[in-house]
Every structure is written in structure tokens, then in C-alpha cells.
Design a protein around this ligand. Structure first.
Ligand SMILES: [Fe+2]
Length: 407
């Protein structure tokens, strides 16, 4: 009898149902593709036998009735999971919404950004290299969640699956970590902006694939998970997200599924030109231009300094976020290859949930201001012209601070 009861419970859970009887999807992932004040992209994952439609009910918290939006589905590569993707639009800015996946579902929440974010406070966490071990990822997630985040932006090396079928379990763990630790006690899901790193890509770099062409088909062949699991940036693997004319995030691809130079650099130039009036603009990418662990003269690092750094300097970027080295670092402001008060500060270096590495000596490395082997999150708070960053390690201790004020 007990055995039958257990089987019944497993069957219910297997169909995405919690023991309480409410439907709860296997994975939930929120992101933006358009205006964060009026849109939201909701992904939810089910097993293919759960017989759910890609439909989301949503309403402003506490208001009746529910609105319903439908989307489309795609298979989660190399699994029985289905990714349901629903784009919500025409939302009210600066509002708390609740949403569900049918009337038998657990209810979650999200928050839209203000239409004019310059009037309030915007806070996000950034970092990268998120999952060598799920418990490390969970831990930094929990530390970051203490800060009431509007969103998280990660700069690549997410699950470490390298585009390989046999490592799909790493993505499952990655989404489990998000569901377990990046939803607050009230059910509010924190949106995530996910950039590409070498560990999203088969053999890590497009240069290692004979016959590579800079096409959607090739990029998806190299990074089958990345281009399926995330609505943003989608093809071609780099993109911008604009929060009015107050904040822009630019995600870039450091030679993984696109060459740094050529089409992408030309696109970056145009993107920066179009956003000359934006107050706070942050490029986020994977490989470091100014490494705290790796070799400064290595080819990918040199290519970023050759093609992108001059553009960052030309357009007076204040801070660029780098990853990939599995350390914490902050550089001096840099312009024209030397320390300069009006230069760009590079902050990173990708140690959210990975084994850390040794750092170069700060005293003997001309560009380094701070470097440390510590898992961490970078918490960025924008308030008017002010940008305040606090870097917290996995214990929640502050390991560095940085602040700038626009003129
Ligand atoms: Fe990396």
C-alpha cells in the first residue's frame, strides 16, 4: 500500500506537480528582450508529458482579473524538457505583477522597471563563471539576493556544459539553482541577462571549427544550449538592453560564437554611437582585456584591447565588466594603455560559483588596483548620476567598493 502511495507521489512530482497538488514548472527563467519597463519574457520548463500549453496568466498584484498571454515552445536540447516561452508586453512600469501557469499553478511575481529609472534606484548584480559546483552557485546567489535586486547580468561561463550532450545535467543543475535561490520569499523571480562565454561553446572558440561561417546556423551548432535557452540576446549572440536613456547593458561575444573583430566590432561602434546620451552604459563580456590571472599578451586578451578598448575610450565608458579568470579584480582607470584619471575601469573577473585561481601581484601589474582569489558578486546601485558598487564575497563580506559620479 505504502509503495503505491509513493509511486503516486512520484507520478505527481514527475508531472511537475508539488505534493500540495499545485502545478509548479521544473524551471523558471525571466529575462528581457525589449523595454524592461513594459515587457517581460517568461520561460517555464516542463517535461514533455506534462501536457501544458505555453500560456501564462498575469495581473498587477492584487488586481482582478487575470490577463492571459500565449507563446511558443522549443525542446530543451538533449532532454525531455520543453521550454515554454511567453512574451508579455504593454505592462505598467514600476509595478509588481503576479503570474501563474494556469489556475492549478503556484503563483509567482515579477517587477517591471520604472519608465524613467533616473528618478529612482536601480540595482543589479553582475559577475560570471557561475557553476563549477551548484552549492557554490547557490551560495553566491543567496548573498546577492540580500540586496533586493532588480535583475542579474552574467557575463558567460554559466553551466560549463560546453555545448555537449553528456553535460546537459549541468544546465539542469543551473536552472535548479535559479529556482531554489533566485526567487524571493514572496515568489518574486529575479530576471537574468545571460552573456556567452567559452563554456557555452563546443571547443570554446569559433576559431577551432573548420569551415566556420558567421551565420545563425553555425552559431547555434557551436552553442546549441545558449541559443535555445535564452530569449536575450538571441542571435547573433550579442545585443543591448536599454533602460530608457538612463542605463544600457551591452552583452558581447569574445571570440566564442562570433569573431571579436569585423561585424561585431562594427556593430559595437554603432551601438555606442547611438547611445551617446545614455548616462550609465556597461559593456559585459567574458574574456578579460586586463587579466588578473591569465597572460596579458595572450591572443584573445590582445584582440579585445585592439578592437573594443579604443571604442570604450572614445565613448567615455566608465566601467566594463570582464570575467573568465575566476578571481576578483578592479583595475585603475585606463586610457591609451596607461593609468589615466579619465580612463575606463575594468571590473571582474568571473568567480561567482567556480574554483578560484591565483592573481597577479597588484604591486607588479601596472593596471591592477585590486585583485583577490574570492568567489563574489558585484552589486551595482544606480541613483541619479551616482553609481555605487559593493563587491561581496560568498560569505556576504564586503571585499571592495567602487563609486563614480557623472558630471
Ligand atoms: Fe571562461
Amino acid at each position: 500500500m505504502t509503495r503505491y502511495l509513493l509511486i503516486a507521489v512520484f507520478v505527481l512530482i514527475g508531472a511537475g506537480r508539488s505534493i500540495s497538488g499545485q502545478f509548479d514548472p521544473d524551471g523558471i527563467f525571466l529575462t528581457w528582450k525589449d523595454d524592461p519597463a513594459t515587457t517581460m519574457v517568461i520561460d517555464f520548463h516542463t517535461q514533455d508529458d506534462a501536457l501544458r500549453e505555453p500560456v501564462v496568466d498575469y495581473r498587477i498584484y492584487g488586481e482582478d482579473p487575470w490577463n492571459t498571454a500565449s507563446g511558443d515552445t522549443r525542446p530543451f536540447p538533449y532532454t525531455d524538457r520543453i521550454i515554454h516561452r511567453v512574451h508579455l508586453s504593454n505592462l505598467e512600469p514600476a509595478s509588481l505583477y503576479e503570474f501563474r501557469f494556469g489556475d492549478d499553478s503556484r503563483i509567482y511575481r515579477f517587477r517591471t522597471m520604472p519608465a524613467d529609472p533616473s528618478k529612482g534606484t536601480v540595482r543589479f548584480a553582475t559577475g560570471g563563471d557561475t557553476r563549477h559546483r551548484k552549492d557554490w552557485m547557490d551560495r553566491t546567489n543567496r548573498v546577492a539576493m540580500e540586496y533586493d535586486l532588480d535583475f542579474i547580468a552574467w557575463g558567460g561561463d554559466l553551466a560549463y556544459a560546453d555545448g555537449m550532450e553528456e553535460r546537459v545535467y549541468r544546465w539542469i543543475e543551473w536552472f535548479d539553482s535559479i529556482k531554489e535561490t533566485l526567487i524571493d520569499d514572496d515568489g518574486r523571480v529575479v530576471p537574468i541577462i545571460a552573456g556567452i562565454g567559452n563554456h557555452e561553446v563546443r571547443n570554446h572558440y569559433y576559431t577551432r571549427h573548420e569551415g566556420y561561417e558567421q551565420t545563425d546556423a553555425w552559431r547555434k551548432k557551436l552553442a546549441p544550449y545558449y541559443y535555445t535557452l535564452f530569449a536575450f540576446p538571441g542571435q547573433p549572440g550579442y545585443g543591448t538592453l536599454d533602460f530608457g536613456s538612463y542605463l544600457s547593458i551591452i552583452l558581447l561575444d569574445t571570440d566564442h560564437s562570433n569573431p571579436i573583430d569585423g561585424i561585431q566590432t562594427e556593430w559595437l561602434h554603432q551601438a555606442l554611437e547611438k547611445r551617446k546620451g545614455v548616462k550609465h552604459l556597461f559593456p559585459i563580456y567574458h574574456v578579460t582585456a586586463f587579466p588578473s590571472h591569465r597572460n596579458y599578451e595572450a591572443p584573445f586578451q590582445r584582440r579585445i584591447r585592439e578592437h573594443w578598448v579604443p571604442l570604450f575610450e572614445q565613448y567615455n565608458i566608465r566601467v566594463a565588466f570582464e570575467n573568465h579568470d575566476h578571481t576578483y579584480k578592479r583595475t585603475h582607470p585606463i586610457r591609451d594603455g596607461k593609468v589615466s584619471e579619465d580612463g575606463v575601469v575594468y571590473i571582474g573577473d568571473g568567480a561567482w560559483g567556480v574554483r578560484t585561481r591565483d592573481v597577479h601581484s597588484v604591486d607588479e601589474t601596472w593596471y591592477l588596483k585590486r585583485a583577490e582569489s574570492a568567489r563574489h558578486a558585484i552589486i551595482v546601485t544606480l541613483h541619479g548620476n551616482e553609481c555605487d558598487m559593493v563587491m561581496v564575497d560568498e560569505d556576504g563580506d564586503v571585499i571592495d567598493r567602487f563609486r563614480y559620479m557623472l558630471d
